[in-house]
Structures are given as C-alpha cells and as structure tokens.
Design a protein around this ligand. Structure first.
Ligand code: CAA
Length: 257
C-alpha cells in the first residue's frame, strides 16, 4: 500500500521510516500515526529487518500532535478516538528503533522520540513539551518518559515552561545519545542501525525487553527478569555459535534462532 505521510526505505538489515508532512513540520495526524504503526507491525514480522530508524527531515522530526485536527474535539471525541492508544504499539515494538532527530521534536514529536530506544540528533535539534502553551499538557507519555529520562525537576521545567532545549543540553540531560553536525545525523543513525543489525537478533530482542523492564519494575523483579532472559538465550543456536566462534577466534555467523 502506498503511504501518504511516511516514506519507507528498506536497506540491508534495517529499514528507514521518514515522517513526511513537511508543510506542517511533520505534525502527527491520525493517518500518519496509523501508517507508522501499520508499517511497524509489518516490519516486526519481517526477519530481514533487524533495526528501524525513525526520522523526519532537517527542519523537523515532528512538531507534535496535529493541533488543528484536535482543536475542536470534545473530551468524548478524544476518548473515542483514543489516538494515543495506538502509540502503545510503538512502545511494544520488539526490534530496536533509533530516532534520528533534526530540527523540532516537540510535544508528541518529543514523546514519539522518547518511545524509541536510542536517539541520534543533529546540532540543530530542539526538544520540548510545549503543550502548556496551548492549554493542555503532554498526553502521549511526556510526563512519564521525560521524568524517567531526565529526572523530576528538569521534566517539571520542560512541562511547566514549555521551553525548548537545544541538542547539547538534551545530551547533557541524558535525553539523547549523540549530537552530530546536521549533515551527518542520518548517516550516523544508519551506522548505528547497521551495527545493531549485525548482532544476534534473539539476544537483541531479549536485551531490549530487559532494559525496558527496568523502567516499570522493582530492582528485584527486574533482575529476575534479566536472569531468565539471559538463561533463555542458552536455548538459542546463536549463543552456541557466538561462544564457539569466540573460542575458535573466528567471526560468528548469526542465524537468528
Ligand atoms: N499541528 C498542526 N500544525 C502545525 C503544528 C502542529 N503541532 N506545528 C506546526 N504546524 C504548522 C503551522 O500551523 C504552519 O502551518 P501553516 O503554514 O498552514 O500556517 C506550519 O506548520 C509551519 O509552522 P510555523 O509557521 O509555526 O513555523 P515556525 O518555524 O514559525 O514555528 C514551531 C515552528 C515553533 C514548531 C511552531 O510551529 C509551533 O509552536 N508548533 C506547535 C508546537 C506544539 O505546540 N506542539 C505540541 C502539540 S500538542 C501535542 O503534541 C499533544 C501530545 O502530547 C501528543
């Protein structure tokens, strides 16, 4: 099916998804999010895809949920649309997702970025939760994920003032992984995706699950979960291959099982 608001490019081992509503700074309307989630569902089933990059364009990753689409909605309209429920599927995506961010990552755009596993940003990236300026508050995880990522006082600052922070500050705060000049941010994300795509996929999947578990469980529960996933990997052919290859001083060949 051709997409209206995203561009999907399959590369060797990973897939690049680019948000494509440049005239409105990639504002996230319902149709764009439907296309994104449907695409992720397909990519999850495709064994050739081991990593995903989510990007916008140089000017905007995404400037938030589409304000004009929501402006006249009643509370019951919002409840029945339940549009942010769809976003849960991104959070539950089992393969690694790297956000490649340039320009604005605001409101739902910042929240979408925080749903990803790692973030490569350009020096021009700007992050913010400006919903307060339009009479609302973050609704797609901003109060929860941002607080876990940067801590209470900085999350309060962003949510209460609606101020944008620059890439270097976001890096210092631990919101993103790396900042590079704008001409390289997508290339850098591709290099990370290639590297991750070259790793054993079952171990990658269980490792992602375990890291995410740390965000919503006790240390005791998290350590149990991690240990079970670690033991489970000893049922994989890739574990035998990886450890034998190490002992035989050769490069491992992953089967993904
Ligand atoms: N929704 C709909 N349209 C948007 C949009 C959004 N979130 N952000 C930008 N646009 C549109 C503008 O309306 C404008 O369209 P027109 O040319 O038809 O007027 C176009 O994109 C370009 O935007 P600007 O002219 O405003 O560009 P700028 O460079 O002067 O300013 C900006 C850029 C600071 C990002 C400004 O556009 C802005 O403040 N955007 C809104 C940011 C925002 O409030 N995001 C939160 C949305 S609510 C949300 O996301 C809820 C949630 O938790 C999920």
């Amino acid at each position: 099916m051709p997409h209206q608001f995203i561009i999907v490019t399959k590369q060797d081992g990973y897939t690049l998804i680019q948000l494509n509503r440049p005239e409105v700074l990639n504002a996230l309307n319902i149709k764009l999010m439907e296309e994104l989630v449907d695409t992720l569902e397909l990519l999850e089933k495709d064994d050739e895809v081991r990593c995903v990059i989510l990007a916008g364009n140089e000017k905007a990753f995404a400037a938030g949920a589409d304000i004009k689409e929501m402006a006249d909605a009643s509370a019951i309209d919002m409840l029945m649309r339940d549009q942010f429920a769809r976003w849960d599927k991104i959070r539950k995506f089992k393969k690694p997702i790297i956000a490649a961010v340039s320009g604005f990552a605001l409101g739902g755009g910042c929240e979408l970025m925080m749903s990803c596993d790692m973030v490569i940003a350009s020096e021009t990236a700007k992050f913010g939760q400006p919903e307060i300026n339009i009479g609302v508050m973050p609704g797609a995880g901003g109060t929860q994920r941002l607080t876990r990522a940067v801590g209470k006082v900085k999350a309060m600052e962003m949510v209460m003032t609606g101020r944008m922070i620059a890439a270097e500050e976001a890096l210092r705060w631990g919101l993103i992984n790396k900042v590079v000049p704008v001409e390289y941010y997508l290339e850098e994300a591709k290099a990370w995706a290639k590297e991750i795509a070259s790793k054993p996929p079952v171990a990658i999947r269980l490792a992602k699950e375990a890291v995410l578990k740390a965000l919503d469980t006790t240390i005791e529960g998290g350590l149990e979960f991690e240990r079970k996933n670690f033991y489970l990997l000893f049922a994989s052919e890739d574990q035998k291959e990886g450890m034998n290859a190490f002992a035989e001083k050769r490069k491992a060949e992953w089967k993904g099982k």
